[in-house]
Design a protein around this ligand. Sequence first.
Ligand SMILES: [Zn+2]
Length: 292
Amino acid sequence: MATKKQMAKPTSLTTSKTIKLTKSNYYSHDTDFQYMSFSVFRNFEQCEAATLAKLKGDWEPISDPKALLIGNYVHSYFESEQAHADFISANHKAMMTNPNKKEPDGHLRAEYKIADKMIKALSEDDFFNYVYAPGDKEVIVTGELFGHQWKGKIDSLCLDRGYFCDLKTVDDFHKGHWNPELRQRTNFVEDRGYHMQMAIYQELIKQTFGIDCQPYIFGVSKQVPPDKIAISFDGDGKFLMQEALEQISNEQDHFWRVLMGEEPPKTCGKCEYCRQGKQLAGFTEVSSIEIS
Ligand SMILES: [Zn+2]
């Protein structure tokens, strides 16, 4: 009888092996084989082979993690004093310049000085403080999208006021980004698929807490002085979010089969992973060269 109690009956969505998500295992690759996330989905869209190799721990990109660290530094400040202190103690070496005779401890790198200005710009803003500050921070949500399990982490969730916020650090809000499919330039939200992220989070919050929440993005730029923006998805944004969910429903079955080893991953042929050991297979016609 005891064994029966320990073994929860597997359902189509959860098996007895499903890992419960916590703050400490949320980013572990083991959970990525059980829950799809916005970032993994986006990576799969860019290159299936590189994403699978990364999740399996077979390959690690050597690209500069600086931009990610700056974003996490700003995030941690608005999460809690403790989170910010923990970030600084864990990344102290990366934040400081190399020591020399004049400065045996080095000094704070220029990008972190800008990051401090970004923090100041937001923390001195009344609208930001009114909307972003009161929410619960880094809330883990899970749910099912079109037959598969998903996970998400909400930067700031205000269930009682019916909205959630995501904080983005961006080079310049007004820079255009070429979209080869639409053959036109798009803004940073569409370029980075943030409307898809908002659509996923809205659905996962609804399934976790039973409350329909409005999505908002707060952006702060890395310019000096930093620019700020608060973005809603009331008009065209709603349409973009709906389209993004349809995209997920069309594409994810294949990504899951790749994850489970049931289908081979496609190579993009252009990324850091695909370029290593690349062999030419013949000529490319001049008009067929892809541009991004
Ligand atoms: Zn690739």
